[in-house]
Design a protein around this ligand. Sequence first.
Ligand code: C2E
Ligand code: MG
Ligand code: MG
Ligand code: MG
Length: 273
Amino acid sequence: RAKELGRKRYALFDDTLAKNLVDELGMEGELRHALQRDEFQPYLQPICRLRTGELVGYEALLRWHHPERGVLLPGAFLKVAEDCGQIELIDWQLFERACVALTRLPEHGSFLTFNVSALHLRHADFDQRLLAMIGRTALAPSRVIVEVTEGSLLDDPERVRGTLERLRQAGVGAALDDFGTGYSSLNYLHSLPLRMLKIDQTFVQALDAGSTNSSTVVEAILALAHALEIQVIAEGIETPRQRALLQGMACELGQGFLLGRPHPLAHWLGIEA
Ligand code: C2E
Ligand code: MG
Ligand code: MG
Ligand code: MG
């Protein structure tokens, strides 16, 4: 009887749960080693002016050059890195590398954006640390843009607003990433010091499917952003038709596989990796 109960209890502790736990614990250790072994690299994806195709900036995207599993995308490890608090160390290393990289690239006037985790933004000294880091790399602060998501504003929007405002005063810009997918509040758009807004790729992909609803939404976002003097980047442009439609709606900037994939720094410097 007791044995039977015990077995049932055991069955409740789902096998996949146990496996996930073991995987996460294993990955936590791996992440620590990866930092020491220098396995994280910024890949840069171009951001272009849609009308001319001119490259105006890059987004830094995290890649893990895993010794056995090859190049890993953030989707494979970001959550664990956030849960165990490693993301901050990883992010700081990545931000600094990406900033140094930008000083080595020939394009003048180009900017660099990077993604800041919600966890990270909450730290009271985030802006000071960022400005100190930018100072070390001798990059003009106006060439740096931090990307935040709507989700990271939920907890304490006033604090985030303060952080972004201090950064703005020092010249660093802010972009609202994945716009339209989170808890979109129009309130954020005028209360935050935003230089840019990134329309999420789901809207861009829906344009191609001929969805009139999604083009209405994109047009409304563009009208609102323009009225507030916020630049718009459309994310995830994959087809010439998507690009043409967005251009027709007077969307000025775009990013996506059609315009350029993320590549390691060596690619942009014209060096064989
Ligand atoms: P995100 O900030 O929205 O970044 C854009 C994602 O879309 C990237 O995925 C990029 O490779 C992908 N992408 C770009 N163009 C296209 C396209 O035309 N089609 C499609 N289907 N996808 C496209 P990635 O690099 O896998 O990054 C995923 C997410 O991970 C990012 O979403 C961002 O939220 C997060 N992330 C990336 N790098 C960092 C980092 O350094 N730190 C932190 N904290 N998060 C990061
Ligand atoms: Mg982003
Ligand atoms: Mg993002
Ligand atoms: Mg995005």
